[in-house]
Design a binder for this molecule. Sequence first.
Ligand SMILES: [Fe+2]
Length: 322
Amino acid sequence: MSTREQRSALQAPLVTPALETLLLAAQPAALFLLDSAGVIQHVGGAWERVTEYAAEEVIGRTLASILRLPAAGPDGLLDGSGQSTDARLLTRTGVQAVTVSWQQQGEYIAGHLERCRPGPVRTRGGRDLDQAVYCLGVALDGGQGQHVDRMVSLASRLAEAICLPDEQLREVRWGAALHDVGKSRVPQDILGKNGPLTPEEFEVIRHHPAWGLEIVQALEFLTEPVRTAVLHHHERYDGQGYPYGLRGEAIPLSARIVAIADVFDALTSARSYKPAWSPQDATSYLIAGAGTQFDPWLVRVFVLDVLGFTAFTEQLNGAAFL
Ligand SMILES: [Fe+2]
């Protein structure tokens, strides 16, 4: 080899475009490249496996149309760099909890998505405390029988479906267990009334979240999300709920989760004033209230991932979730 050939070989790039393509294709995360408006320009790595979308389906769309970042807000990707561990990816069949990392690279934003991993196993001490909180919730819920039991199960499954970290899972479980402890201060003749409530009686009922907060505030180990689940579980996403008329994501996440589990279980349970609804009818009610009464994304996760009702996918898609 001549000197010139030797110099040329030394100057040749070690990684050719073909090898670079192979390298990117082998990445375990879903890679994406956005323009400054957040529009997807290129995807690679495990994009198709993680997101269930082919490249040609998403290039030209904004990433925000299939990804939600509760912590960073809808435009959170468009500024600087960061990581969100509780992002949610809208796939064709449901909602997948993902971790998303991104970084500004000149006029582009490069980043990747990974599926969440399950949290650590609970300890014996943690289970004992769970049981104590659960027993307190059952004792003070105004005689609603198995409601608390089912509520804890539904709310926990919804929290797991959005891949909340272990500590937040526990806060949701406890919030669900304690959500109606304030009903212990509502007179039984109002709680158990067969006919319609008078406006005065309804006012008494509406006070149960504030009474609940008074009760749980005495337990100092209960964190803020547990307390806010108790206080705000009757708020509505459109701001028409009570006691404070909070709106949208101003309503704490724990309370938005508990609200969905609470209404679904109330509808599917027989009461003195109504028969039990079928799970399908209760699901249609949740979908009809998505965006007005309930957080629409949580409704979607609940219906598709918790209940597994994929037959409702089209109905959910028609409810302006994208
Ligand atoms: Fe309640």
